[in-house]
Ligand binder design. Structure first.
Ligand code: T4K
Length: 402
């Protein structure tokens, strides 16, 4: 007999992986390919490839219109956008951030010698807990950097009240939240500024890319200088700056992606509701919800696996899914505070972050997007269901195969 290739060869499903082709979290949405290629041809014909070209200008204008803000400054990615926004706001000393986020949020501070101070999260929403934020404020604190994780808005009003009370600047990492709303207003116009990521894996994508959006005219002017080496016209540098520009191909992709936004939401929302329906009632498996009545891009389908009541651990379930070619991800395990350089700099940070530690040990993000249909979602749910039903057996097999 040949060696078993997958867990399911050994046990339950018999034979071959449930998913023929690998199903990825973060599979890019493309939109209308012909329209994209037309735009790319036009860019090549006009030989204007970057440096505030026509497509970048149009993309900035469209994003600002959609979000309802005065200014959108497109950038080469979300991480650099965060760095520039933080610098333009003159943050220094300490800035309070969640540890349960993509590491870019913390790095954007540490990269410029600002200490990220990790605050805890709400165990239900996974978003910054305002009470924890307030506890972490010291005389060195200059700002709060909230993250609208999974496309759900932070407790904006509570954070704003804390920021005003302590004279801190409030800024948001909205990398996940393009097209999502808070109290009926699209995310983008809150705080001093908000930062989007338009990375390939995001709801709207520009291959690599990001943007800073703000209603503050002076801040926008400063950010525009900073993202282009500080140039104000030819030969005239008036500010310290870097190269944070978006290129024309990226903007062409972005415009094409914006045109297909409704279709992306539709596909994501359909998948999300199918996941919720098919996984309902599975002991210890919970699909994270979104605020009722708000707009959401449904780009992340977030499972929580409760170690007390689920018959399979989060990690064994992930290994089972991987063996079936379903590449679920443990975002944002184990939390920034347990990654370098923060783990060495702040070895005791976890003591103040009980909910972060708890949530980071439970979350598993599932594939979605326009490439997934009802059959794929059903198969993924089926693997999860069987994984839970046969938890003990699968765990034993995993142990034996290690
Ligand atoms: N703040 C937050 C809260 C963020 O989540 C992010 C980025 C940022 C700031 C920074 O924004 P950017 O500077 O990235 O614009 C991915 C993305 O690279 C990252 O943009 C994203 N967050 C993060 C949540 O996910 P990884 O390390 O998981 O990437 P990787 O290479 O493992 O790919 C993710 C999945 O997507 C895989 O399943 C493969 C699939 N994929 C990826 C690409 C690039 C594809 O199928 N096709 C592709 O072209 O970080």
């Amino acid at each position: 007999m040949s060696e078993p290739r997958t867990l399911t060869d050994l046990a339950i499903f018999g034979g071959k992986p449930v998913a023929g082709e690998k199903l990825h979290v973060g599979r890019p949405n493309i939109g209308n390919r012909d329209r994209l290629l037309e735009r790319i041809n036009d860019i090549l014909d006009r030989r204007w490839l970057t440096n505030f070209g026509a497509y970048v200008q149009e993309f900035e204008q469209r994003v600002a219109e959609i979000v309802g803000v005065r200014h959108c400054i497109a950038t080469c990615n979300g991480a650099v956008a965060l760095e520039i926004a933080i610098r333009a706001l003159d943050l220094r000393g300490e800035v309070i951030v969640p540890a349960f986020t993509f590491v870019a949020t913390a790095h954007a501070l540490q990269w410029q010698q600002i200490t990220p101070v990790f605050a805890d999260i709400d165990p239900v929403t996974h978003l910054l807990d305002p009470a924890s934020v307030e506890r972490m404020i010291t005389p060195r604190t200059t700002g709060i950097l909230g993250v609208h994780l999974w496309g759900n808005a932070c407790a904006i009003e509570a954070l704003d009240a804390i920021a005003s009370r302590h004279r801190l600047k409030l800024i948001f990492d909205a990398a996940h939240a393009f097209g999502c709303s808070h109290q009926g207003r699209l995310i983008g116009g809150f705080g001093e500024a908000e930062v989007f990521s338009f990375h390939a894996t995001k709801f709207v994508n520009t291959l690599e890319g990001g943007a800073i959006v703000t209603n503050n005219d002076d801040l926008a002017r400063k950010i525009r200088l900073m993202k282009n080496f500080g140039f104000s016209g030819y030969d005239n540098v008036v500010h310290l700056g870097t190269n944070g520009k978006m290129d024309e191909f990226s903007a062409a992709m972005g415009l094409t992606s914006l045109e297909a936004m409704d279709h992306f939401v539709e596909a994501n929302q359909r998948n999300y509701h199918q996941y919720v329906a098919e996984l309902a009632g599975l002991p210890g498996v919970h699909v994270l919800g979104h605020a009722a009545g708000e707009r959401c891009n449904y780009q992340y389908v977030v499972l929580e696996i409760d170690p007390e009541t689920c018959a399979i651990s989060r990690d064994d379930l992930m290994n089972l899914l991987w063996s079936e070619n379903i590449l679920a991800r443990r975002y944002f395990h184990p939390g920034c505070h347990r990654m370098e350089p923060y783990r060495s700099l702040f070895p005791d940070a976890g003591k103040h972050l009980p909910q972060t530690e708890r949530v980071a040990a439970r979350v598993l993000v599932l594939p979605t997007g326009e490439t997934l249909g009802a059959r794929e979602v059903h198969n993924i749910c089926e693997v999860i269901r069987l994984g839970v039903e046969h938890g003990g057996k699968i765990t034993a097999q995993l142990k034996a195969s290690r």
